[in-house]
Design a protein around this ligand. Sequence first.
Ligand code: FMN
Length: 220
Amino acid sequence: MCTDIIEQRNVALDQILAERRSYRVFTAEFPPDDEIRRILHAGLLAPFAAAAVGNSKDYFRRFFVIRNGSTNLNAIRHLVMNHVAVMAQELEHGMEKDPNLRKKAGMFFQRLSAIKAKGVVPGIGTAPFYIVVAERKGFPPVELQSLAHCMENMWLKATALELGFQLVSVTSQMSGNPEFCKILGITPGEWELMGCAVGYPTDELSPSIRPPVDDVTRWL
Ligand SMILES: Cc1cc2nc3c(=O)[nH]c(=O)nc-3n(C[C@H](O)[C@H](O)[C@H](O)COP(=O)(O)O)c2cc1C
């Protein structure tokens, strides 16, 4: 490939990498379904742990696109909110008994408490689309890593389409919840989950600021 084309491809890729940001406020407008499909296709192109998931004919990665305002989204919102409340309560009990846990989990506990107090799970019901990705559990258990690759591909594609994207990591806590899994049509405990919100952002964020590579790298 000629050097000019390589350079152009890298300029475009570097720009998308730098512009990938966490958007947390969205307009109510729904992006076209076809753009959502393109984001899911990018997720399908992400690597997967071939040795862990084996060669079952039943494909090991699934996508669930849930529209804001739908009956399913409303049901999911309630289930996740209830789960957040239970997690907060359990964590509080755990922290009472264990000062080390209090130190480690204090910030996370505050976040759960804030979600509970507001009655809003960020990304669920706050964006046009809530998307759940499921990866079949295998051995060794590396599904969450696979899902992270999938999410990153989807995130970069959303960025290239000028759509906002927000990770909704509380989704992974729902993988064993029978009612949540029933809505998706999957067996609880068989799949690991991760979620994201997608829509048009209300404001544009500046590109990411990170330390210079040489400040955080040792060549050995
Ligand atoms: C494992 C993981 C989980 C995350 N979970 C959430 C989340 O649930 N909600 C959210 O708004 N952002 C979440 N984020 C996004 C980070 O907060 C964000 O990437 C970080 O603050 C850097 O900001 P940027 O994405 O705009 O560069 C998560 C990121 C990672 C890597």
